[in-house]
Design a protein around this ligand. Structure first.
Ligand code: DLZ
Length: 210
C-alpha cells in the first residue's frame, strides 16, 4: 500500500517546552480511546521538555462541555486533576476554598495534579480532547459542529492556543485507529502525540507573538 501524501510534516525547528505550562481538558465519553490519546499527548509534551508539574489535566463529561471548560481554565479557574465540570465551575465561585471533600481524582499517567490552593497561573496552550462517534441520529453532527466552532472561538477570543484534539469518527474502528489502538495489523497512529507537539509549537509561537 502506498504511503500517500497526507499528514503532518515534521517541524524544522526543535521546540523547547521546558518553560511552558499546558492544560489538557478531556471528555470522558469513549474512555478507552480518550485514555490512549491522553497518554499520547502527555508523553509527547514531556518528550518536548514540558515539566510534569506544568501539565494540568481537567475532565468534563462529554465533548459538548469542552469549550466552556477550556474557556474557564484559560481565564484562571482553579483546576483540580480529575475534578468534574461541576467542581471546576464551583471552584470558580470559590477559588481559594475548594468544597470540602471535593474529589481530586487520579492524575493521568505521567501528569501531575494541580493542588487545590495553588494560585492560578496562565496556561500557554490548552489541548481539548474528545472522541465523538457517529450514532444513528443527528446528535453527532450537532456536537461536532458546535464544539469545533466554539473551540476556535475560545482561542481567537482569548489569544491562547487551543489544540483541537477532538476525533469526529464515523465508526468505532476509525476512532481506535486514530488513537493507535487499531484492531488490524496496523494499529494506526496516536493523534494525541500530534496534539502534544502542536501545543508546544503553538505555545512557543504565542510567547514570541505576545
Ligand atoms: C450524548 C453524547 C453522545 C450520544 N455521544 C457522545 C460522544 O460520542 N462523544 C462525546 O464526547 N460525548 C457524547 N455525548 C455527550 C455530550 O457531549 C454531552 O456531554 C451531553 O449531551 C451533555 O451536555
Amino acid at each position: 500500500m502506498s504511503a500517500g501524501i497526507k499528514g503532518l510534516a515534521p517541524s524544522e525547528v526543535q521546540y523547547d517546552g521546558s518553560a511552558l505550562r499546558v492544560a489538557i481538558v478531556h471528555a470522558r465519553w469513549n474512555k478507552t480511546v480518550i485514555d490512549a490519546l491522553l497518554a499520547g499527548a502527555i508523553a509527547k509534551l514531556k518528550s518536548l521538555g514540558v515539566k510534569e508539574h506544568n501539565i494540568v489535566v481537567q475532565t468534563v463529561p462529554g465533548s459538548f462541555e469542552l469549550p466552556l471548560a477550556v474557556q474557564k481554565v484559560i481565564s484562571g479557574a482553579q483546576v483540580q486533576a480529575g475534578a468534574t465540570a461541576t467542581d471546576l465551575l464551583g471552584g470558580l465561585m470559590s477559588l481559594s476554598s475548594p468544597k470540602p471533600g471535593s474529589r481530586t481524582g487520579t492524575p493521568a499517567p505521567g501528569a501531575s495534579s494541580a493542588t487545590a490552593n495553588m494560585p492560578s497561573q496562565p496556561f500557554d496552550a490548552v489541548i481539548a480532547i474528545g472522541v465523538l462517534i457517529k450514532g444513528s441520529t443527528m446528535h453527532f453532527e450537532y456536537i461536532c459542529d458546535s464544539v469545533s466552532h466554539a473551540l476556535m472561538r475560545v482561542q481567537l477570543d482569548t489569544g491562547v492556543p487551543v489544540i483541537f484534539g477532538v476525533l469526529t469518527a464515523l465508526t468505532e474502528d476509525q476512532a481506535l485507529e486514530r488513537a493507535g489502538l487499531g484492531k488490524g495489523e496496523n494499529k494506526g497512529h496516536n493523534h494525541g502525540e500530534d496534539w502534544g507537539a502542536a501545543a508546544v509549537e503553538m505555545a512557543s509561537h504565542s510567547r514570541r507573538w505576545g
